[in-house]
Design a protein around this ligand. Structure first.
Ligand SMILES: [Fe+2]
Length: 235
């Protein structure tokens, strides 16, 4: 089952309870999650991030409960790491009109990792917007949060930030605020106090009422406190 975040905005991700390691480095005692989000504009649906390879059918079933997945016009790649972008080749085969929106650095990585044809790619730049019909997506380049190509996507009308790994956590538990997760994972530790996260806190400081839905783990209700997240000494 997917989850409706706001009218026309849906969590269509996957919880991977069985995974025990990430990159053979990070133990996953509570599994992990691959959070993909569907934004349904009046003219076209857009998918923000995908899932780890092997979970494509689950993703597709959740999207199909909302819209015809073949009508997806845009796939936003906030981050090229396989747990978020690994399903891109599969998605592009089944959504034949879809273009992948990514940063310049993302283009270099995605075409190498996923063999995405040039004509299926749209390179976006800092501050650029896309409106698929009453759902304006604004893009912010945030290099090295986590890889050099990373970006945030902000949905203006609903004040929802999709920051991929930033605010992320490796857990399958409590992703949709059902149950709680006390697991402080290594990735959260990585971004707390990471100097690359401090510039990223600018676009993430969005004011009260905003919410962040990261690429893994639970949503964060107060991204306007991102500065303190990036640098624990600042509020
Ligand atoms: Fe990552």
């Amino acid at each position: 089952m997917g989850y409706t975040i706001a009218p026309g905005v849906h969590w269509v991700g996957v919880k991977d309870w069985a995974r025990r390691w990430f990159d053979a480095l990070i133990p996953l005692p509570q599994g992990t999650s691959y959070n993909a989000h569907l934004v349904v504009g009046r003219e076209a649906p857009a998918l923000v991030d995908t899932v780890n390879p092997g979970f494509e059918e689950v993703l597709w079933t959740k999207i199909a409960a909302v819209v015809d997945p073949a009508t997806i016009a845009y796939v936003v790649m906030n981050h090229a790491e396989p747990d978020h972008a690994g399903a891109l080749p599969w998605v592009l085969m089944r959504a034949p009109k879809a273009k992948v929106l990514l940063t310049e650095k993302g283009y270099a990585i995605a075409t190498r990792l996923y063999s995405i044809p040039e004509e299926r790619v749209g390179v976006i730049h800092e501050g650029q917007t896309l409106d698929p019909g009453g759902k304006t997506l604004r893009f912010h380049e945030v290099p090295f949060v986590h890889w050099p190509e990373t970006m945030f996507t902000y949905l203006l009308e609903d004040r929802i930030l999709f920051p991929c790994d930033f605010f992320g956590a490796h857990t399958a538990k409590g992703v949709l605020r059902r149950g709680s997760s006390r697991h402080r994972d290594a990735r959260q530790g990585l971004f707390r106090g990471n100097p690359h996260a401090l510039p990223a806190s600018g676009p993430a400081r969005l004011g009260k009422g905003s919410r962040a839905w990261p690429g893994c783990g639970r949503p964060k209700p107060r991204p306007h406190l991102a500065r303190s997240w990036a640098h624990p000494g600042l509020v």
